[in-house]
Design a protein around this ligand. Structure first.
Ligand code: ATP
Ligand code: PMV
Length: 451
């Protein structure tokens, strides 16, 4: 494989199942977004030194965005930074892809340098202190700060990076991957989950990596022990254990394609303030453990409401695709968002399910001190619910002060409706929509070349 290849992976929004998805008992709904992370893999190059491999990853939209690591089979493919600057996500991808493919030095002596460029779509990061440049055939934001110092919008940049980088790096070792990403999707997913957990230093639910690999899905997590039981990278048995885990172990995971209904669009509103997911999760866990059995009852109610929400959305999708007169009336009612909505159980059932989800989160907020749906977000969501075209709205993911997610008809224009409205002055509508395909090959790698 010596040509340029390009791949991309989507961002995510967790619309149902926040917190519960950390437990393998519960399902979640994750939507893949049009904001994507891209990787351009260069043709093979060679280093002068023949006894090691080098991977150079460049993310030129960020200050000092270049990381080079060397690895060798003798040291168990532990990545050693060449330049001194480190990126844990890139480092763990390199460690795992090399340990899985175990390339032999002799086979690669004239092609032991792997060069990959990363590009990220604008919606992942705040645009402050950035300039937009025409690069290749895209407009991209270039930031004046290092990646760690640029505020994020919470769309899962690290999961997208890990998944697309795993794909691009693997394409050096399996030449047919580029044209058969589907065939390797499970391997890419499993390797990416391992690398992402190791880089984060914790084992989250992995819904963000699953969405980067598969797009919009109904998701149920893997048991965390699968990853925590791995030996340390560099251990003589690491490569064998990893290969066994990736290829042979049953992850007991649910990943089912599950998109938002046709005829409806997702809007993500970024709020100019943030929350720390780790702290929220700690508070919720503490509340859960100290409030049993009532906390389990709340989780059970949440879980039922999440399932109803997903099922009702699927029903609306089938209805929209039937294109019959009744379906036309329903979507017209949502478009108007007036009292006519009350006539249709297809609308009220979705809204009731979301009302229950929100009520449960407000209860947890009050009892745990974790601001999942704090009062300002309640007010904002209630205001959003009155806009024309809005079916429903909620706080995505871990909630907090970060963002809101709104499901509206395709023609609804929330930007115009909220433009001069003080109630929405803190909301910045992100330029994203649902794009339900996971990591994939991009057709024209040359569109990424600087002209
Ligand atoms: N374009 C990029 N180039 C290089 N590294 C990146 C890029 N995007 C993200 N990263 C890496 O991911 C880190 C951010 O990961 P983190 O998990 O904190 O954010 P996130 O995935 O966007 O968050 P969230 O899960 O809340 O959406 C960065 O500090 C950097 O190490
Ligand atoms: C709270 C949690 O369930 C969701 C976090 O979602 P987000 O990063 O806020 O999109 C944590 C997790 O699933 O890893």
């Amino acid at each position: 494989m010596s040509e340029f290849r390009a791949f991309s992976a989507p961002g995510k929004a967790l619309l149902a199942g926040g917190y519960l998805v950390l437990d393998p008992k519960y399902d979640a709904l994750v939507v893949g977004l049009s904001a994507r992370m891209h990787a351009l893999a260069y043709p093979h190059h060679s280093l002068e030194e023949l006894d090691k491999f080098e991977v150079r990853v460049k993310s030129r939209q960020f200050k000092d965005g270049e990381w080079s690591y060397q690895v060798s089979p003798e040291s168990g493919f532990i990545p050693v930074s060449v330049s001194g600057s480190k990126n844990p996500f890139i480092e763990k991808v390199i460690a795992n892809v090399f340990n899985y493919f175990k390339p032999n030095m002799d086979d690669y002596c004239s092609r032991n340098l792997f060069i990959i460029d990363i590009f990220s779509d604008d919606a992942y990061h705040s645009q402050e202190d950035s300039v937009t440049k025409h690069y290749g055939s895209r407009n991209l934001s270039f930031h004046s700060h290092r990646i760690e110092d640029v505020p994020k919008t919470g769309l899962g940049s690290s999961a997208g990076l890990v998944t697309v980088l795993t794909t691009a790096l693997a394409s050096f070792f399996v030449p047919d991957l580029t044209n058969n990403v589907d065939e390797y999707r499970k391997v890419i997913h499993n390797l990416s989950q391992v690398a992402h957990c190791q880089a984060q230093g914790k084992i989250g639910s992995g819904f963000d990596v699953a969405a980067a690999a598969y797009g919009s899905i109904r998701y149920r997590r893997f048991p965390p022990e699968l990853i925590s039981d791995l030996p340390d990278i560099g251990n003589v048995i690491y490569a064998d254990k990893l290969t066994h885990l990736v290829d042979e172990v049953d992850w007991n995971i649910t990943i089912e394609s599950n998109r938002l209904p046709s005829g409806l669009a997702l809007w993500m509103g970024d709020i100019k303030s943030g929350s720390e997911t780790v702290k929220l999760v700690q508070k919720v866990k503490k509340w859960y453990d100290s409030h049993l059995p009532e906390s389990l009852e709340v989780y059970t109610e949440l879980d039922h409401a999440n399932s109803r929400f997903m099922d009702e959305l699927s029903k609306l999708d089938r209805l929209y695709n039937s294109h019959d007169c009744y379906s036309g009336q329903i979507f017209e009612a949502i478009e108007k968002n007036d009292s006519s909505c009350q006539k249709y159980s297809e609308i009220t059932d979705v809204r009731d399910a979301v009302a229950t989800i929100r009520r449960c989160f407000r209860k947890i907020t009050k009892e745990s001190g974790a601001d999942i749906e704090p009062p300002v977000q309640t007010t904002l969501l209630n205001d959003c619910q009155t806009l024309e075209g809005v079916l429903t709205c909620l706080i995505p993911g871990a909630g907090g002060y970060d963002a809101i997610a709104v499901i509206a008809t395709q023609d609804a224009d929330l930007k115009t409706q909220t433009a001069d409205d003080k109630r929405f002055s803190n909301v910045q509508w992100l330029d994203v929509c649902q794009a339900d395909w996971g990591v994939r090959k991009e057709k024209e790698p040359e569109t990424y070349f600087e002209k």
